[in-house]
Design a protein around this ligand. Structure first.
Ligand SMILES: NC(=O)c1ccc[n+]([C@@H]2O[C@H](COP(=O)([O-])OP(=O)(O)OC[C@H]3O[C@@H](n4cnc5c(N)ncnc54)[C@H](OP(=O)(O)O)[C@@H]3O)[C@@H](O)[C@H]2O)c1
Length: 253
């Protein structure tokens, strides 16, 4: 194991699957004590199990990001159990059904904004509140190339939520860099993770559907996003503040 995160406590929200599970594992491999959060207890337990199998240290807290009292309690619990919170990866998100604006269900709109934008705002609020009183920290949000960087039809709720998150990241970074808290985002295009797959779709079908719109001709490997998240969260990125790193094979270039 390398040790960029040795003696660091890292919270990953949305850690039960996909990108979040992969970053949780990678942080642990680099020496962090990892706290995995999300709504599904069994999936979180699976992430913790995988981390322990590679000799890492982790536990989990079931948390719904849309419930303010649960987010506040999550940060308090991390600190109570591990004595600190140094790094957070706010990765939870939802995609929702695609539809043109006129046909969009307002409840789906609200659910998407509530999770991707308001939920991440709540996470930032309580993470930063702790970090600024305890020597600072680093936070990475998972946004998307859809939103601030690329507009696609039928995805208004997701695009608006992620455009908001990309902007929230930049403003929060300026608000809190003087407090010693470095805030950045990654904005991936389609990744080999659950959100890019339609129900029942094979890997080949997914590449055939998405590949042509990406200059590189393929979707991202998980590690191509994970390595960026860990770099932004590490001291190697000490001068990187309020960036929104697009990782999309050139789709929005
Ligand atoms: N895969 C892609 O192609 C892609 C591309 C660009 C951006 N992204 C972004 O990357 C992030 C991860 O996506 P993924 O592909 O890895 O999909 P995923 O496996 O579905 O990950 C989403 C995670 O968010 C958690 N989550 C959703 N709502 C939550 C809530 N209210 N409270 C707490 N946790 C919640 C889910 O866990 P529970 O259901 O257990 O709560 C799940 O672990 C998302 O923010 C997504 O928008 C993905």
């Amino acid at each position: 194991m390398t040790s960029r995160f040795h003696q660091r406590v890292v919270l990953v929200i949305g850690a039960g699957s996909g990108i979040g599970r992969a970053t949780a594992l990678a942080f642990a491999r680099e020496g962090a004590t990892v706290v995995a959060a999300g709504r599904d207890k069994d999936r979180l337990a699976g992430t913790v199990e995988q981390i322990r199998l590679v000799g890492g240290t982790a536990d989990h807290f079931v948390t719904d990001l849309t419930r303010e009292e649960q987010v506040e309690e999550l940060v308090a619990n991390v600190v109570r159990r591990h004595g600190a919170l140094h790094v957070a990866h706010n990765n939870a998100g939802t995609f929702g059904p695609a539809a043109p604006v006129a046909d969009m269900d307002p409840d789906e709109w609200r659910r998407t904004l509530e999770t991707n934008l308001t939920g991440t705002f709540l996470a930032l609020k309580y993470e930063v509140s702790h970090m600024r009183e305890h020597g600072g920290g680093a936070i990475v949000n998972t946004s998307s190339n859809i939103g601030a960087h690329l507009r696609l039809p039928h995805l208004a709720a997701y695009a608006a939520s992620k455009a908001g998150l990309s902007t929230l990241t930049r403003v929060a970074a300026r608000d809190h860099i003087a407090d010693g808290v470095r805030i950045n985002a990654v904005s991936p295009g389609p990744v080999d993770a659950p959100m890019s797959r339609q129900p029942g779709e094979s890997d080949e079908e997914r590449t055939a559907r998405l590949g042509p719109s990406i200059p590189l001709g393929r979707i991202a490997f998980l590690n191509e996003v994970v390595s960026a998240v860990l770099w932004l969260a590490s001291d190697d990125a000490g001068f990187t503040v309020g960036s929104d790193l697009v990782i999309d094979g050139g789709a929005s270039a």
